[in-house]
Design a protein around this ligand. Structure first.
Ligand SMILES: [Zn+2]
Length: 529
């Protein structure tokens, strides 16, 4: 590093013209066209998350309106005239930047109303940039509204906010609205690469992608992470450096966690969590990282294109091996559960991942089981048949509900025998079997051979009065209270995987009870030792 004072990258590389603003082309193009044709609006509303260029664009707009290099507002401010330089430096007398959070009272809005009448000193327009405008009090909004209703011809307001829903509709309707987007990872990487090139520094591609991912679409965040890394690394910035500087959890920890999950090693799982807590890591952040990791596993399991992940080769190989062992269905459930857990942290990643998992599940609709199928199997069971074997994958995928505790981890002799037979239809049997014990008459192990005679859905070849026939007939009538209870339990356990067919005649009420005690099964406690 040089001896002179260091300027933060975000400041040093702040875009000076519309064409330098990254990832907001839909906005800069519109603004440029408006400026070129002289259609200047008096109030603009800039919406979008922090650090993605709202204030920067507002300043460029101010320059465009007041640049002295042309006779009228221009889409290409020169950047060198007195006004352009003063605006860039933040000390132009006609461009007033107001922090809405600390100037939110009605008196501040009245002050604006008084001052806005005065003609600009050095430029053509007086530009008011009010940041965090949603923080204004209702009195202040009312005063501001009066100004917006009858603005003097030389006034332009740019209201910037991260929370559009907190802005009164009366204000919004007076403004031209621009929605700023989070910037894609590839665009951020492109920008960081350009900065590094000009700074004469080097970084690996996967390191830059890791920065872009951590910044979650925010340019300013990405630049300040890069700042940290430049200070931390002597030479080239590597993927590993990003992990160290951001305090990310080492993936070796996640690999360990995965292996413990796969082998049912509870002590190992708790050991990992203990290590994380002992290392002083924030648990919320850990869940986020874990979600990111499992999302990567899911991508590995479902997509033939590893380039989606932008990971180093060795990490990718590790991921792929584990993704194969979990299987896509189980990964989807895990990712959704983690996204739910991380949902409390209001993150883009949690939202996105839950959405992705849902979409993948929908695209694999064939793997869902209808409640009718479950009911049919339940009836067969009570008539002396037995559940057909569950698909190995669905079987393993099952989340453990708090009601049943760890019981599903210890399948009975019969369940085990069943799991060994060939998978036929993905009807979950092993886990919920604890809940439907009451339907199972005593039967010997030899009777398990009956499993293979259970007809497929819709086969309908059973003899009158046979278990097969009764099973199918169950689709035509409302379920008995016992069946209803058992179905409810199945529904709770398998959530989105069990669906109710819309054409069913007798509806099955599947509202999941708030109080899980309702779904406790008689005799359940005695089964636990
Ligand atoms: Zn200029």
């Amino acid at each position: 590093m040089s001896q002179k004072t260091y300027t933060a990258l975000a400041r040093k590389w702040r875009p000076q013209g519309f064409d330098e603003v990254v990832g907001q082309e839909h906005i800069t193009r519109t603004l440029r066209n408006a400026l070129a044709s002289g259609r200047i609006h008096h109030a603009y509303l800039f919406l979008g998350s922090r650090g993605i260029g709202k204030t920067t664009t507002a300043r460029i707009l101010a320059k465009a309106l007041n640049c002295l290099s042309s006779e009228a507002p221009t889409p290409d401010p020169c950047g060198t005239c007195e006004n352009c330089r003063a605006i860039a430096a933040g000390n132009c007398i006609d461009v007033i930047e107001i922090d809405g959070a600390s100037n939110n009272g009605v008196e501040h809005a009245r002050e604006i109303r008084e001052n806005v009448r005065m003609v600009p000193t050095s430029g053509r327009y007086k530009v008011y940039i009010i940041d965090e405008v949603h923080q204004l009090s209702s009195g202040a909004f009312n005063a501001l509204l009066k100004t917006l209703e009858e603005p003097p011809p030389h006034a332009v307001f740019v209201l910037a906010t991260t929370e559009a829903h907190k802005i009164p509709a009366t204000i919004i309707s007076r403004c031209q609205r621009y929605d700023f987007r989070r910037v894609s990872a590839s665009k951020i990487v492109e920008l960081l690469r350009r900065i590094l090139d000009q700074e004469g520094l080097r970084a690996s591609d996967d390191a830059l992608y890791a920065i872009a991912r951590a910044a979650e679409g925010g340019i300013r965040d990405a630049e300040s992470i890069l700042d940290q890394l430049i200070a931390y690394c002597g030479g080239e910035i590597t993927y590993r450096d990003v992990f160290d500087v951001l305090g990310l959890v080492d993936w070796a920890v996640f690999h360990r966690l995965c292996d413990a999950m796969l082998s049912g090693d509870v002590a190992g799982l708790l050991g990992v969590v203990e290590d994380v807590v002992a290392a002083g890591k924030d648990l919320g952040y850990f869940v986020e990282e874990l979600l990111r990791y499992f999302r990567n596993l899911l991508v590995c399991a479902t997509s033939p294109n590893p380039a989606l992940l932008h990971l180093p080769e060795e990490d990718f190989a590790e991921l792929r091996a584990r993704a194969g062992r979990f299987g896509a269905v189980r990964l989807m459930r895990i990712v959704e559960q983690l996204a739910g857990l991380a949902g409390n942290y209001d993150s883009l990643l949690a939202q996105r991942t839950a959405l992705e998992a849902m979409l993948i599940r929908i695209s694999r609709g064939v793997e869902e089981v209808s409640l009718d199928t479950v009911l049919e199997k339940l009836v067969l069971l009570s008539e002396g048949g037995s559940l057909p074997p569950a698909s190995a994958e669905v079987n393993r995928e099952v989340p453990r509900s708090p009601v049943e505790g760890g019981r599903s981890g210890h399948p009975t002799e019969r369940n085990r025998a069943r799991a060994e037979t060939t998978p036929r239809e993905p009807v979950p049997s092993q886990t919920h079997s604890a809940g439907i014990q009451q339907f199972q008459p005593a039967r010997s192990n030899e009777e398990a051979s009956f499993d293979r005679k259970v007809p497929e859905r819709g086969a309908g070849k059973g003899v009158a009065g046979s278990p097969e026939k009764t099973g199918l007939a169950a689709r035509e009538r409302p379920p008995t209270p016992e069946e209803q209870t058992a179905l409810k339990k199945v529904f709770e356990l398998f959530g989105g995987m069990v669906v109710e067919l819309p054409e069913r005649k007798a509806r099955i009420q599947m509202a999941v009870a708030e109080d899980t005690e309702d779904t406790e099964f008689p005799g359940e406690d005695e089964q636990e030792d």
